[in-house]
Write a protein that binds this ligand. Sequence first.
Ligand code: DX5
Ligand code: ZN
Length: 230
Amino acid sequence: MADGCGKAKIGPSILNSDLSNLASECQRMVDSGADYLHLDVMDGQFVPNLTFGHPVVKCLRPKLQNVFFDMHMMVAAPEQWIEGMQAAGADQYTFHQEATDDPKTCIRKIKEAGMKAGIGIKPNTPVNVLDPFVDLVDMVLIMTVEPGFGGQKFMGDMMPKIQYLREHFGTIDIEVDGGVGPSTIQQCADAGANMIVSGSAVIGSDNPRETMNYMRNVVEEAIQKSQLER
Ligand code: DX5
Ligand code: ZN
């Protein structure tokens, strides 16, 4: 099982930040109390947008030495970037179930490379496709927007997927990504998400520390409540 599983963690997504100042934007998030960084990799095939790949991660790593990098790999054939990302200094490799015919091999290769493994699904994918993989990974990711762009509207109808995972798989780390901010965090927390990706709401906040603290507290309270009820 993952280290510290079930803990409330906030991972800002820097997708909607000033990408010409990527390292300083990441540092700003870390200085504001980010628990990890969620780095969105897009290949123009799996999603209709392009961002960056392992060469950029390699340049970020020495500038952000002790920060946990969760790579959200919105790419086709995710196996192909495992080695590159590991060499660049990624900590976790989160790929999409829809992107490969063989998620088990992908998970095995990620682990053999010494990284943590995450598996995610898009909004139209039913949650039970994850059943065979949940026990093999460190984290599952439920998308609450169509992957590809920051700043989209949160899809509250994805919450039953999170509830299903929390009910069936206990303390597994469950990450939620897309449209999450102070106005939608309560739903995510109540459903059972504990790893919270937030892009535009944190990047655009006048006080990112306060925004992240608020969301972390909401999630921590929900975790405590669920533990009391158990
Ligand atoms: C969307 C990305 C998200 C996105 C989140 O495809 O995976 O990580 O940047 O940004 P917001 O919080 O603005 O939806
Ligand atoms: Zn993402």
